[in-house]
Structure formats: C-alpha cells, structure tokens
Design a binder for this molecule. Structure first.
Ligand SMILES: Cc1cc2nc3c(=O)[nH]c(=O)nc-3n(C[C@H](O)[C@H](O)[C@H](O)COP(=O)(O)OP(=O)(O)OC[C@H]3O[C@@H](n4cnc5c(N)ncnc54)[C@H](O)[C@@H]3O)c2cc1C
Ligand code: FES
Length: 260
C-alpha cells in the first residue's frame, strides 16, 4: 500500500566517490517495502515545483528506510546536504518488485548503484547464491560487505581493473552460467544496472532458458502511472506488444517481456 510520508533523516554516510548511503525514519512505508520497489523523493531545498527523484529501496530495518544514491545532478547534490532530523517527503513503496520464490539458483548481477535493490533482495531470498558486481572502477563497486554478511559469494569485475577481474561483469556471469549448466542446475537471474547490462543479462537468460528479472531505470515524473514519462514497449506471452509504464507495471520485468 503506497504512502505519502514525511520521513526524518537519521543520518547519511559518504561511501566511495559520489555515492552516499542515506537512512531515514519512514514509519508505515519501510515495513511495507519489498525488494525491487522504489520511493519517489521530494528533495528538500529544490524549488517546490521540482520533480521528485526515484530511488530503489536499498534495505529496511524496522521503520528505517535505507537508500544508496550516486550524486549525478542537482537533486542528488542537494541530497548530500541532508542532516539528521531533516524532514523529507517520500511516496512509496512504488512499483512491482522481484519475485521472492526463485525456481532456480539465484544469480544477482549489479552495475553501479544497481546493487541497491539487489542487496535488499539478497536479504529476503530463501536461498543464497552468487552476486556479480560490475563497475567502471573500484569506486563504483558498492555493498560488497553487505552481501557477504548475508552469506552471498561476491565476485567483482571492473573495466579499469582497479578491483576484481578486469573487464565487463558479463565475463564472470558467463563463467557462473557455465558452472551451473555443468552442475545440471537452473539459474535464475536478477539484475539492476544500466540498460546495456540489463540487455546482456536478459539475452543470456533467454539463451539459457531460465528466468531473468530486470529492474529498469527510466526517467520518471509522477512515479505512479499518470504521466506516461516512463513508457516501455513490452511483449505478452502470445507475442503481442503493448506499452507499459515502468513506474507502475515495473520497474522489474522478466527478460522476455522487454522489447529493447
Ligand atoms: C526505479 C528507479 C530506481 C532508481 N534507483 C536509484 C538508486 O537506488 N540510486 C541512485 O543513485 N539512483 C537511482 N535511480 C536514478 C536516480 O533517480 C537519478 O540518478 C536521479 O533522479 C538524478 O537526479 P538529479 O537531480 O541528481 O539529476 P538530474 O540533474 O535530474 O540529472 C543529472 C544526470 O542524471 C541523469 N539521470 C536523471 N535521472 C536518471 C535516471 N532515472 N536514470 C539514469 N540517469 C538519470 C540525467 O540524464 C543527467 O545526465 C533510480 C531511477 C529509477 C527510475
Ligand atoms: S513516471 Fe509518470 S507514468 Fe511513470
């Protein structure tokens, strides 16, 4: 059930370059949140007509709502100034999240701040598996200890080789898929990150004949299905296409549904 809540900032911590972890007291909202859902934040300090900004839910602890964000522009720069006690208007939880009963071995694939919904998911899935985290450099690799504490095996790939193996995260992904195939296990993929990564993960899920759950990142305005800012071409099981709204029908879709 979606709520419009005035949250209170508990605190925030700068992580690596430009990334922050923000904790807010969000009674009613935090308890209802499911992995893969997001919140729409009215950033304090921006003009009243400014658009809200969408963020995946990184985790919850009782009534505490946790976000992990990258500073990329006006809104997120303004969020850097939030201090304990500041009120923040938040709508959520929004959208449809990841399924929590996988049919196969869960394999999580994150790019950059895409770790946020996957870390929440890692704590709620009944079985643990492998999480693959990719980024341009070591600074883009976040939440490794959070996954490890939850009992997940973490593998890292960076494009510049500053952490983990050098190259795209699809390299260890292909290795993991081959390992599971040899072991006769069916994988189930869960991914969040840039479109290029989601597309690559989706193609592999289709090729492997397994399910692949992709959390799409689209520019949003209303966040609740009313404005058509976040439309995405989708495919039904019978092959017919339709136009969905990422905020309301997603942000998580199965790989076969998405028409890229
Ligand atoms: C469902 C969903 C979940 C998200 N979860 C997270 C999260 O957990 N952590 C996080 O850091 N960010 C997340 N984002 C992206 C986040 O909403 C944007 O980075 C943020 O709105 C940028 O606000 P800004 O005012 O700082 O940037 P702006 O000044 O509005 O824009 C600065 C730059 O960021 C780009 N940008 C703006 N919105 C997006 C977007 N949605 N996706 C990609 N680029 C964008 C702009 O094109 C521009 O280049 C999510 C987006 C969606 C749709
Ligand atoms: S953001 Fe308005 S319909 Fe999705």
């Amino acid at each position: 059930m979606m709520k419009d809540v005035t949250c209170r900032v508990i605190g925030q911590t700068p992580l690596t370059a430009g990334y922050w972890a923000l904790d807010m007291e969000a009674p009613g909202l935090a308890e209802a949140a499911q992995p893969g859902q997001f919140v729409h934040v009215r950033v304090p300090g921006l003009e009243p007509i400014a658009l809200r900004r969408p963020f995946s839910i990184f985790g919850t602890e009782g009534t505490t709502l946790k976000l992990l964000y990258k500073t990329v522009g006006r809104g997120t720069s303004q969020m850097n100034r939030l201090v304990p006690g500041d009120p923040v208007q938040v709508i959520g939880p929004l959208g449809n999240g990841f399924p929590l009963e996988p049919r196969g071995e869960p394999l999580l694939v994150a790019g950059g701040y895409g770790v946020a919904p996957l870390a929440f998911l890692a704590g709620r899935l009944p079985t643990k598996g492998v999480v693959l985290i990719g980024g341009r450099s070591a600074d883009d690799v976040l939440a490794v200890t959070a996954f490890e504490r939850l009992g997940w095996t973490v593998r890292v790939a960076t494009e510049d080789g500053s952490l983990g193996e050098t190259g795209l995260v699809t390299v260890p992904l292909d290795r993991e898929l081959a390992r599971l195939h040899e072991a006769g296990a069916t994988p189930e993929l869960f991914s969040c990150g840039p479109d290029g990564l989601l597309r690559a993960v989706g193609e592999r899920a289709i090729q492997a004949g397994c399910r692949g759950w992709l959390s799409l990142d689209k520019h949003m305005v209303c966040g609740v299905g009313a404005c058509l800012a976040c439309v995405q071409r989708l495919r039904r099981e019978d092959g017919t296409e339709w136009i969905g709204r990422v905020c309301r029908d997603g942000p998580v879709f199965e790989a076969r549904e998405i028409v890229w």
